[in-house]
Design a protein around this ligand. Structure first.
Ligand code: DNO
Length: 346
């Protein structure tokens, strides 16, 4: 396996040099964040990002994410042009040596939380989700969620949500199928592994359908195009926030099939109602048995990329919630420690 760390580019207070100082850290996960969604990522910009990362002594083989334009998820006529652009981005990334592309198929909202800075007993802060609070929000009246990046003006959001009224789960599945059938052959051709990220949290929000939330959804996705290029980002914290999901079993099933290319390791403390707060990575700190999950990767001979996902804010650090240096670095070292023990002591 390879250990990676997400880096948000030059504006990220967590520098490449700090990341490199984490024991066992070899790989950077990044993206071109300011390229408009739907446009082709230009080869020269990919090359520039890669050389910045390599100059810091790290590798750049995983992109998270190449976002999927809403028109593709909505199945609008413009999707063919946008899919052609996506195909070209896959080719450009492959030509630069990128091996894995993480993406998601969540309508309108990517990951969603109701609190970005919940204070825990020990004084650290974390991201948290309350089902009740989410269900009380009517997105047509504007979203007042913390961290909601207001990519859309209120009127635009309203119009977009109106378009989704026609798109139920069945339609969204058709649109995902159309997309996969178009991009996976291109990925295969150029040696790229596509890795869909699960819905976070794994449940519908604001009445929008979500179709990447449990074992059956994942099985259906990998079956749509039966190719190793059509794989998964298995995010323990996203799937594990759903009490219905057994993450260890998912790793054994889909890892055993060689379909997990990217492993996000995050722990969460969940309630039966589906509320959760994000905890430190160590098994004893949350509801997920991270040791058992990492063992499942080890047992299935995982050779892909691990990434310690969201950490708490600790030791007075400030910055992008979930993406500070310290707690994620502890997570990386913990995962590396588990792996080394499994390698050497079993
Ligand atoms: C949140 C992340 C997501 C993820 C995308 C993948 O912190 O896990 O934003 O990158 O959903 O496409």
């Amino acid at each position: 396996m390879k250990m990676s760390f997400r880096w948000y580019g030059e504006s990220d207070p967590v520098t490449l040099q700090y990341i490199r100082q984490i024991p066992g850290m070899t790989d950077i996960v990044s993206a071109i964040y300011d390229e408009p969604v739907g446009e082709v990522w230009p080869a020269h910009r990919i090359a520039a990002l890669k050389s910045t990362i390599e100059a810091a002594g790290l590798r750049f083989e995983v992109v998270e994410s190449v976002p999927v334009h809403e028109d593709i998820k909505l199945g609008k006529p413009s999707r063919d042009r946008l899919i052609a652009n996506y195909q070209q981005t896959i080719r450009n990334l492959a030509a630069a040596g990128i091996k894995v592309i993480c993406y998601n198929f969540m309508p309108v909202f990517d990951w969603t939380r109701t609190e970005l800075s919940k204070t825990l007993e020990d004084g650290s802060t974390c991201l948290a989700f309350s089902t009740k609070e989410i269900d009380e929000i009517d997105p047509n009246n504007g979203i007042a969620l913390p961290g909601w990046d207001s990519s859309y003006k209120p009127e635009q959001l309203k119009a977009l949500l109106a378009e989704y009224r026609e798109v139920d789960e069945a339609r969204l599945w058709q649109h995902l199928e159309y997309f996969l059938k178009a991009i996976i052959p291109v990925a295969e051709e150029c040696g790229m592994k596509m890795a869909i990220h699960p819905d976070d949290p794994p449940r519908p929000i604001f009445g929008l359908p979500r179709i990447v939330k449990n074992r059956d959804d994942l099985a259906r996705i990998v079956g749509i195009v039966d190719s190793p290029a059509n794989g998964l980002t298995l995010c323990s914290g996203s799937l594990g926030a759903g009490p219905q999901n057994n993450v260890e079993a998912l790793v054994r099933e889909f890892g055993g099939m060689g379909r997990i290319h990217f492993a996000h390791i995050r722990n969460v403390k969940i309630t039966p109602e589906g509320d959760f707060e994000e905890s430190a990575h160590l098994s004893s700190c949350g509801s997920l048995d991270i040791a058992a999950i990492v063992k499942a990767y080890h047992d299935t001979g995982f050779t892909g990329y691990f990434r310690p996902d969201h950490g708490r804010m600790i030791w007075g650090e400030t910055g992008k919630p979930g993406y500070g240096l310290y707690d994620r670095a502890l997570g990386a070292v913990y995962i590396n420690g588990l792996w080394e023990a499994m390698d050497k002591l079993s």
